[in-house]
Design a binder for this molecule. Structure first.
Ligand SMILES: Cc1cc2nc3c(=O)[nH]c(=O)nc-3n(C[C@H](O)[C@H](O)[C@H](O)COP(=O)(O)OP(=O)(O)OC[C@H]3O[C@@H](n4cnc5c(N)ncnc54)[C@H](O)[C@@H]3O)c2cc1C
Length: 568
């Protein structure tokens, strides 16, 4: 009822040009690209989390939600690689490698534009040293993947996000504590159902374009939505593993050259693909929460004074499932749940205790030289929580790494579990959904792009055609049988209504902006009277202008009411 009265009395249609779901990297960059392409776009960016300054990184939920998404307290590594092996799935969406490279450079330029520190180091450019490490790795049965990496560090990354918010907040509408509960396709666009979490209110916004960037916190939402709007998803892999923490000296030599050594191997006995991932030299292990499950991750600061004495990295084992099992996400959740039940969150174990198949206790943990950086982890036995095959593959991989970097299997090595790489479901792109410049994708998020040309033909060509028809009739005298003298006084008001009500309807259908449509019809009415003033058989009449404007308003208002009543 509230909505009805609003719609009828104050019929301002609450629509946006683009609605973006999620203020993580994908949502922020999409919005940035859009406003820089067209500053007049009306963009709504929604996130269920908090503004940056209210986020507490120690809360698993806060670590992942709000301004900056999961990236706010991240290590801020910008990887310049189009190599599929290095990670990510962008190649599946962007086939043009030049475009891929351009987009990567553009993203880096944007990060640097918002950074007050302009000399942030790019690692991985010493070809000679990299080649020598590659050879040494190969001798140990490991394959080194290297790429150029800019390490922003958690400190610069956070400052950049803060500056981005300051720049964007007055250019687009950003709403925190707003969760998108669902959306439906309507009238060539989308109707988005939103929950205002702060005021426990629900409402709807509409827009012709919808960008979905809900990240890992929105995986369940994304899966459900994809089913609703008929997007096909692929997801057949889960990477399960541990976060390894050891003294900096073990990896210093290699991290100095490549920053993030991605070492890959097929484990000798289990024949599984194992790899190191997300290396944080001088960093900290942190815990994150996805779907009420607590897992670990890591980050580090760029500022040397904030570095710890420890390096951490993820050691992951890839498991691809085949028929009849097709729910790797559930499998990963089951492993994480088991760890969480036993450890009341993350479990930490000394490597030497794992080898002896015994629990790590508080006492054993204190006996170490290394100080664990994740204080909330519970000392325990990963052997009770992890599947045998994965644990065996992890041990095998650690042995291989120890050959390249002696000390990996030393007495000061800790394993935190679980570390799970959730491969969020990816969309299979269909016609009408495409990756295009200036848009780009974050790892698994696709967004529908309507075809601009088609939109123009379907919505704007009828407006232009109708304006041309009005122009044509205005340019000729009223046919004698239709004139006032042959019919009745005031018949021209009917003609004006017949011309301008449809113009109102068509322009509102195309623009979806209530005020814009009225203004458009009114201005066209003025230009029409001006046109007539130039003709010998027509006059400029204020009364006609007022009638045109009223007819246009009636057309716009009627369509708005019809839309409301039909629920579109
Ligand atoms: C500790 C840590 C370190 C990392 N280090 C790096 C690194 O060095 N380099 C790197 O490239 N990547 C790193 N990552 C990964 C990187 O942060 C993510 O890949 C990136 O954040 C993904 O961006 P996104 O926009 O797709 O999703 P997210 O960043 O996850 O953002 C999604 C946003 O959507 C919101 N959302 C979800 N569902 C809804 C809904 N229904 N309604 C409204 N809002 C919703 C969430 O609140 C969230 O804010 C790290 C991650 C972590 C946690």
């Amino acid at each position: 009822m509230q909505r009805l009265s609003f719609c009828v009395l104050l019929p301002l249609c609450m629509t946006y040009d683009v609605i973006v779901v999620g203020a993580g990297a994908s949502g922020i960059f999409t919005s940035l690209f859009l406003i820089e392409e067209n500053p007049n776009l009306k963009i709504l960016l929604l996130d269920k989390g908090k503004p940056l300054e209210d986020r507490d990184r120690k809360q698993g939920k806060d670590l992942m939600e709000g301004w900056g998404g999961a990236g706010s307290f991240s290590d801020g590594k910008l990887v310049f690689s189009t190599d599929r092996e290095y990670g990510g799935n962008l190649q599946e969406y962007i086939h043009d490698m030049d475009l891929f490279g351009r987009l990567m450079r553009k993203v880096d330029d944007i990060y640097m534009r918002f950074s007050s520190e302009k000399n942030i180091r790019v690692y991985g450019d010493d070809e000679e040293k990299i080649e020598s490490i590659k050879v040494r790795a190969a001798r140990c049965g490991l394959h080194l993947l290297s790429a150029k990496i800019r390490h922003l560090g958690t400190d610069h990354n956070f400052e950049i996000l803060k500056n981005m918010y300051a720049y964007m907040k007055d250019r687009i509408e950003i709403r925190f504590y707003h969760e998108v509960a669902g959306c439906a396709q309507r009238d060539g666009g989308f109707e988005v159902h939103i929950k205002d979490l702060a005021h426990t209110k629900e409402f709807i916004e509409t827009s012709p374009y919808l960008v979905l960037g809900p990240g890992r916190r929105g995986m369940t939402f994304f899966k459900k939505l994809a089913e609703q709007i008929g997007l096909e998803l692929i997801n057949n892999q889960v990477d399960i593993g541990v976060r390894v923490e050891l003294p900096n000296w073990v990896m210093k030599e290699i991290c100095d050259v490549v920053y993030e050594p991605k070492l890959v191997a097929r484990t000798p006995k289990t024949d599984l693909r194992a790899r190191t991932f997300c290396v944080n030299y001088g960093g900290e292990v942190v815990q994150e929460e996805v779907d009420k499950l607590i897992t670990c991750n890591g980050h580090s600061y760029a500022d040397d004074s904030k570095k710890t004495a420890n390096t951490n990295f993820a050691l992951l084992v890839s498991t691809k499932f085949t028929h009849p099992f097709n729910d790797p996400y559930e499998y990963g959740k089951a492993v994480a749940r088991q760890c969480n039940v036993l450890g009341n969150g993350v479990i930490v174990q000394r490597l030497r205790d794992l080898k002896e198949n015994r629990r790590t206790t508080e006492k054993r943990l204190h006996e170490m030289n290394l100080q664990p950086t994740l204080k909330t982890a519970t000392p325990g036995n990963l052997g009770y929580a992890f599947p045998y095959t994965q644990l065996l593959a992890i041990s095998e991989m650690l042995e291989l790494l120890d050959k390249l970097m002696p000390g990996v299997c030393g007495s000061d090595t800790l394993l935190y579990g679980p570390e799970i790489k959730w491969y969020s479901s990816r969309t299979v792109l269909k016609p009408g959904y495409r990756a295009c410049d200036p848009f780009f994708f974050s790892e698994s998020r696709a967004f529908p792009c309507m075809d601009h040309l088609k939109h123009f033909f379907v919505f704007w060509v009828p407006v232009i055609a109708w304006c041309a028809l009005i122009f044509y009739f205005s340019h000729h005298p009223v046919p004698e049988p239709m004139s006032e003298s042959q019919t009745f006084k005031g018949v021209d008001i009917i003609y004006h209504f017949l011309a301008y009500v449809p113009l109102g309807v068509l322009s509102f259908r195309a623009s979806k902006h209530f005020l814009f449509s009225i203004l458009f019809v009114f201005l066209y009415g003025i230009s029409d009277e001006f046109h007539q003033s130039l003709l010998p058989f027509r006059d400029f009449e204020i009364k006609d202008m007022m009638v045109d404007g009223s007819a246009g308003f009636f057309g716009v208002w009627s369509l708005n009411l019809c839309r409301f009543l039909s629920g579109t």
